[in-house]
Design a protein around this ligand. Structure first.
Ligand code: ADP
Ligand code: MG
Length: 254
């Protein structure tokens, strides 16, 4: 049996712990031995060139991909344990992707209530109360009746964030949440994420937004070729990178 309740002293347990993580697709080694952790309440940004394995790393954290080797522990539960109830673990993890993946035939409010009702078994009134609170949190109280097609990309992404929050996750994973947006819509989404960070949410964020990483991240991880090349504070990694590969990457994105 995996302990689902919070044990005494659990505050000391990392939100995410990754040890010796490897992932291959056939002959292609995408993750080649990753070790890192995210403390509770910490905001960690993952940066790195396209194809370096950032999305695969996130997908291994909530087992959308099965690691080839290594251990991944989320909030004290080892998700790589073959006996783990992965659906239970996934419920504790909010995930926001580049593509918003809203249900097109459901209103914003219904997009937020459906999983609460089906997965968590909340009744309609409670699910709507929580949904409305989260729409307010992302600045979209006036859009609860709108369908995704009636919303801008930035608004849709904020609905997707509010939907994840409605499940009351212990941590949030973001995979390039602003990469599909027109530049003028990026700021509103980043502002919502900044607010979450200020509220103490544990966040692992893959992003190319260096100003966000600089201002919001407690730590920045630079990946290249399936390994972590360097990690440290934003001042260290973005401000004074130690490795040539990091400098080359930053020169391209800054
Ligand atoms: P990033 O997010 O840093 O751009 P990804 O984790 O998406 O990188 O991909 C890393 C590498 O793994 C790429 O070469 C990509 O083509 C490959 N890859 C990702 N997912 C799969 C898959 N399901 N099957 C085969 N190759 C994959
Ligand atoms: Mg990616």
């Amino acid at each position: 049996m995996t302990a689902e309740t919070t044990a005494p002293g659990a505050a000391a347990v990392n939100a995410i712990e990754v040890r010796g993580l490897r992932k291959a697709f056939g002959d292609l080694e995408v993750l080649r031995g990753i070790d890192f952790s995210v403390a509770r309440g910490e905001v960690v940004c993952v940066i790195g060139p396209s194809g370096s394995g950032k999305s695969t790393l996130l997908r291994c954290v909530n087992l959308l991909e099965e690691p080839s080797a290594g251990r991944v522990t989320v909030a004290g539960t080892e998700v790589t344990d073959p006996d783990v109830d992965i659906d239970r673990v996934r419920r504790r993890i909010g995930m926001v992707f580049q593509a918003f993946n809203l249900f097109p035939h459901l209103s914003a409010l219904e997009n937020l209530t459906i999983a609460q009702r089906r997965v968590l078994g909340r009744d309609r009134a409670e699910a709507e109360r929580i949904a409305r609170a989260n729409l307010e949190r992302v600045g979209l109280s006036d859009k609860e009746a709108a369908y995704p097609a009636q919303l801008s990309g930035g608004q849709q992404q904020r609905v997707a964030i509010a939907r994840a929050l409605s499940m009351e996750p212990e941590l949030m994973l973001f995979d390039e949440p602003t990469s599909a947006l027109d530049p003028e819509l990026v700021g509103d989404v980043l502002a919502v994420m900044r607010g979450l960070a200020q509220d103490g949410m544990t966040m692992l964020v893959v992003t190319h937004e260096m100003s966000f990483a600089r201002e919001v991240a407690d730590r920045v991880v630079f990946m290249d070729g399936g390994v972590i090349v360097e990690e440290g504070t934003p001042e260290q990694v973005v401000g004074a990178p130690q490795h040539e590969r990091t400098r080359t990457f930053l020169a391209r994105v800054l």
